[in-house]
Structures are given as C-alpha cells and as structure tokens.
Write a protein that binds this ligand. Structure first.
Ligand SMILES: [Zn+2]
Length: 200
C-alpha cells in the first residue's frame, strides 16, 4: 500500500465524514497496515492527525478504452481511498485517466473505493492529435499519436502520415493559437500546411 493523496475520514469540526487531503503520512504495522497521517479537511480546512487501520485492498473492475476499442482490467485500492474522475492512475502497467465512476448504481464524480462498482478510464500513455493539413486548394485530415505532455508549437515542422508539414495554428479548448504552443492532451486540432520541397 502507498500513502493515498486523499481519504474520507471524520472531521472533528464538520462532525461528519469529509474528504481530506493527506498532507503527510506513514505506513506501519505488521499484522495490519496502519496509516498514520496529518490530514486537511477539504470542507473547512481543519488540519488534524488521524490513524487509519487499512483493510485489505478492494479490486475494482476497470473498463479501459483506447482509440475505438475497450477492454477490462482491474485496479486495487484501499477501501477508504477516494477515486475521482480525471485522476491519473496506474492500472497494471498502463497509465489511465479516470473518465467515469459508477457507485451505488449512479455515475458520480468521486467515491470511496469500497462504494465503487465500476471504473471507466482511457489509456493515457498516448493521445490522438488530429491534424488538418492543407495542400494548395484541398484539405485532408490526419492524426498522430503523442504522449499527453508532448508540446506542439506553431512553426514546428514534422511528419504527418507521408507528408512533411508546418503547423500554422493550433486549436485548444476555447481558442485558436496563432503563435506559441500547447500540450498534446489539450489540443483539439492542429492546422498545418504541406512543406513545399525546393529542388536544387
Ligand atoms: Zn471539516
């Protein structure tokens, strides 16, 4: 077991179980895993110390989608660990980003592992970056696969499909960039022109 980043515990100020950020923690114990940690209530900000006896991890079924396919895997979490949509977790040896969580028959934004029935995620080790490539009067669509943090800049020259192209603008969530760059994970579409080859 590793120290979780957030846990559900009773807050002495809120007088109920709330989500807490784990500020520091250490794991000990022999017969039973014991997590001693300093936690901060996300509701009221109160910082307190807590000792949790960790129960056996639960195995959550995970449906991982990758491009147009999906398949089943599983994820082991401590029963009190909280999983949230958009968390990045390791599922076996794959990095995934959580896209949806089913708990008690409903889709939720986050839940304790013990209350989760199914997790949906998508593979996160590569993302598809769509390109629109213009060539004189026609435009065609292509894509490349990139790691999520790979950066693309206006003016970059790269190979897309069979063509060498130069990026002239990048569309991200709510704007188009005509200079600068963006990370693959934030890109909606890249617009590029074919690089004209000059023959000597
Ligand atoms: Zn509180």
């Amino acid at each position: 077991m590793t120290v979780p980043s957030s846990i559900m515990v009773e807050c002495p100020v809120c007088k109920q179980e709330t989500l807490h950020e784990v500020l520091s923690g250490k794991i000990g114990g022999k017969a039973q895993t014991v997590l001693e940690s300093t936690v901060k209530c996300k509701e009221c900000g109160h910082i307190h110390h807590c000792v949790l006896k960790a129960e056996k991890p639960v195995n959550l079924p995970v449906v991982i989608s990758w491009l147009d396919k999906s398949r089943k895997s599983s994820l082991a979490l401590g029963p009190d660990e909280v999983l949230s949509v958009e968390d990045e977790v390791m599922c076996g040896d794959e990095q995934i980003i959580v896209t949806s969580i089913e708990s008690k028959g409903a889709r939720v934004g986050r839940a304790k592992a013990r209350d989760i029935q199914t997790v949906w995620g998508k593979r996160f080790d590569k993302v598809r970056v769509p390109f629109s490539v213009s060539q004189v009067s026609k435009t065609f669509s292509e894509h490349i696969l990139a790691v999520p943090d790979e950066e693309f800049y206006v003016g970059d020259i790269l190979k897309v499909g069979r063509h060498e192209v130069v990026i002239h603008s990048i569309k991200i969530k709510d704007k188009s960039l005509r200079m600068g760059g963006a990370r693959a994970r934030d890109i909606v579409r890249v617009y590029a022109n074919i690089v004209r080859k000059t023959s000597y």
